[in-house]
Design a binder for this molecule. Structure first.
Ligand code: NAD
Length: 287
């Protein structure tokens, strides 16, 4: 049987470490790290994500400051708010919940965030730092993927890793992190030919396609490690909504280890957001 990598348990460890770091900063006379969360509009999924992030911040002792803006807020107002938050020394992290309404240029907004406060790791400076292996803030989901992998893999050198999906949020950054660890990384996507054959050569598969149960048992070689990043909401026969990953996990008994959906990558993403906020606060303190 494949080992199920428990993302909830690992996330709880990361959160506990983060809370301890916050307590240490405060005990030393510093300000509790502050995370500003900007939500424009009332997309229901975004509201849920923001609510979860803020609840976890509270548990870890991070001050979270919510900025809820109406869906028709002009772009200039959003940019002006980011300028104010950039200049506020009590704010260490700024998160703009995506997607933004159509009239707002998301790239322009993300580029406006001070790279030192960019806890999502989407600013071009942080993207550049990641690709040159020179520090910076790393996007939360790829950071969480690496922690999950680190719980079952000691040495990545020479391992064949197949990443499915080439998005800026998951596929590309996770590939960069794996390259830094000297894995041999193949990045695949919707146009990749013979994907099952490519996947079958992998020691590690990171599936981030958003395609339910794309990765079947016969795609996975015995003993491979499989990380399932995918989250797709589907309605079952009884009309209940459930979350489905990119992997047919029930067909992967021959794998060495797999992450479940839910309870794998998802909890790690929020935990890493909090840990990035503390990292940003610590760096600001010594800057
Ligand atoms: P995206 O839509 O930006 O990119 C998807 C990528 O997968 C693209 O490169 C596309 O070419 C590729 N792809 C799509 N279908 C494919 C197929 N059939 N075969 C091969 N490649 C295929 O998505 P994203 O933002 O990177 O997210 C990917 C998935 O991960 C989504 O399900 C998303 O909800 C999930 N996600 C989860 C977390 C988390 O915290 N667990 C965080 C971010 C994203």
């Amino acid at each position: 049987m494949a080992q199920i990598i428990d993302g909830k348990a690992l996330a709880a460890q990361v959160l506990a470490r983060t809370a301890a770091d916050v307590a240490e900063i405060v005990a030393a006379g510093g300000d509790a790290p502050g995370l500003a969360v900007i939500l424009v509009g009332n997309d229901p999924a975004s509201e849920v994500y923001v609510g979860r992030k803020i609840a976890q911040c509270r548990k870890a002792g991070i001050r979270s400051i919510e900025h809820r803006l109406a869906a028709d807020t002009p772009q200039e107002v959003v940019l002006g708010l980011i300028d104010k938050l950039n200049a506020d020394p009590k704010i260490h992290g700024i998160l703009v919940q995506l997607p933004l309404p159509r009239h707002i240029d998301a790239a322009l907004v993300l580029d406006r965030i001070d790279p030192g406060k960019d806890v999502d790791g989407f600013h071009p400076v942080n993207v550049g730092r990641l690709s040159t292996g020179t520090g910076g803030l790393v996007p939360c989901t790829p950071l969480g993927v690496m922690m999950l992998l680190d719980s079952v893999i000691e040495d990545y050198r020479g391992l064949n890793v197949v990443v499915i999906g080439k998005s800026n949020i998951v596929g590309k950054p996770v590939s960069m992190l794996l390259l830094e660890r000297e894995a041999t990384v193949t990045v695949t996507h919707i146009e990749t030919k013979d994907l099952p054959d490519v996947a079958r050569k992998a020691d590690v598969i990171v599936a981030a396609a958003g395609a339910p149960h794309l990765v079947r048992g016969y795609w996975v070689k015995p003993g491979a490690v499989v990380i399932d990043v995918g989250i797709t909401r589907v309605v079952d026969h009884d009309g209940n909504t459930k979350i489905v990953g990119d992997c047919a996990t029930h067909e992967l008994e021959h794998a060495k280890a797999v992450t479940p959906v839910p309870g794998g990558v998802g909890p790690m993403t929020i935990a890493c957001l909090l840990s990035n906020t503390v990292t940003a606060a610590k760096r600001a303190a010594v800057a």
